[in-house]
Design a protein around this ligand. Structure first.
Ligand SMILES: *Cc1c(COP(=O)(O)O)cnc(C)c1O
Length: 381
């Protein structure tokens, strides 16, 4: 058998560094030389540039507040909105555990809803059902966190009217969908606030931990800016209770190099996705669904594969790495099972997806030769 000697990786943060090494090295050197390492000029400039990038076109004018990671970004928004103990926050079980972890960090109770099996995003019908008839025994639902999973937008047009009517805040989890759009609108500018992770494999990536929040509500942004640093509205003066979740200057300097590259990176991800679509066209596995009006940014390219272990092993033999996002839904994890409420659908589609989903290699630095190799392997399935 002709086993390839190199493997096409599923993700490769090192390739992203090598592709822009000189600019990143210069930005890091500048931050180091400045003598100021946390919440300084680089961080402030990145916040301004990120808010401007989000606000392009006819989006509302956004305010961005950086923090230490994407999990903290969600918790910071909840704290800024005064949502914590005595509140329920609805989200999905088909997500990074981080989304649910953040809700509990803020002191609120998570309620885990099921997904639409085509988009893998929160099922708007079940959301409407729990807003109409809240599950008994739970504190009132104060916020909803739809997750734009894999880079595909949630059906916010179906969710927002019900949330507005119920007086429930909408916090977009955009950790996997920087630059994605829904009916022309930038994700993260549609709800009341948005949280972005800048983890090293995300579409916009730091080289360490980083996160950022965004909101059109200036007062909320101001409050989050204080809560992220001990509740200081003025230096050393805590007018309210805060935490420590600051963005560091090295990460901000790197992110300033990468923000202008993000749209091209997303375009390259879409180009690779189109190649995979073609390769899958004749075979047994359907390419990922795109709902009308959604501009997908392919943080992951995910297909459903019933005999997953076998297919992953065959692709590995062909030199193609794959991954599973995510193998165990949050409501089935030992830390959450049995104590975390789920919606009336019992997360049945979530459980089924977890046994079938498989992620192919996708990141902007994949070479055409690597993409060809993945396509050839897919044609052989
Ligand atoms: C990555 C991720 C997070 C958390 O981000 P961290 O920066 O790792 O804390 C939250 N939600 C989703 C959907 C993610 O993919």
């Amino acid at each position: 058998m002709n086993v390839p000697t190199t493997t096409v990786p599923q993700a490769d943060p090192g390739a992203a560094y090598r592709a822009h090494k000189a600019e990143i090295d210069a930005a890091v050197a500048r931050a180091l030389a400045s003598g100021w390492y946390i919440l300084g000029q680089e961080g402030a400039a990145f916040e301004t540039e990120y808010a401007a990038w989000l606000s392009a076109g006819d989006a509302p004018a956004m305010h961005a507040v950086g923090c230490a990671n994407g999990t903290d970004a969600i918790a910071l928004i909840l704290r800024g909105m005064g949502i914590g103990e005595g509140c329920t926050v609805a989200t999905v079980s088909h997500t990074a555990v981080a989304t649910v972890s953040a809700i509990e960090m803020a002191g609120a109770t998570p309620l885990l809803l099921d997904i639409d099996p085509d988009t893998y995003c929160m099922d708007p019908d079940e959301l409407r059902a729990v807003l109409d008839t809240p599950p008994p025994g739970l504190p009132p639902i104060r916020a909803v966190i739809p997750v734009h999973i894999y880079g595909h937008a949630c059906d916010l047009d179906a969710m927002l009217p019900a949330c507005r009517e119920a007086g429930v805040k909408v916090i977009e989890d955009v950790a996997q969908a920087h630059g994605g759009r829904l009916n022309g609108r930038m994700l993260g500018t549609i709800g009341d606030a948005a949280a972005f992770s800048l983890y090293p494999t995300k579409n916009l990536a730091a080289m360490g931990d980083a996160g950022i929040t965004a909101t059109p509500d200036e007062a909320l942004a101001k409050r989050m800016g204080a809560i992220r640093q001990y509740g200081w509205h003025r230096r050393y003066i805590s007018d309210e209770v805060g935490v420590n979740t600051r963005l560091d200057e090295l990460q901000a300097a790197i992110l300033r190099v990468r923000l202008p590259l993000l749209d091209a990176g997303n375009a390259r991800r879409r180009e690779i996705a189109a190649r995979y679509d073609e390769a899958l066209a004749e075979g047994p596995f359907a390419p990922p669904y795109r709902a009308p009006g959604v501009e997908h940014v392919f943080h992951q390219y995910v297909i459903r594969v019933p005999k997953r272990e076998e297919v992953m092993a065959r692709l590995k033999m062909e030199g193609v790495a794959t991954a599973i996002h995510y193998p165990v839904p949050v409501h089935e994890q030992a830390a959450y099972a049995g104590r975390t409420p789920v919606g009336p659908a019992g997360c049945a589609e979530t459980s089924r997806a977890a046994t079938e989903v498989m992620s192919l290699p996708i990141f902007p630095e994949l070479t055409d030769a690597q993409v060809d190799r993945v396509c050839a392997a897919l044609r052989g399935l």
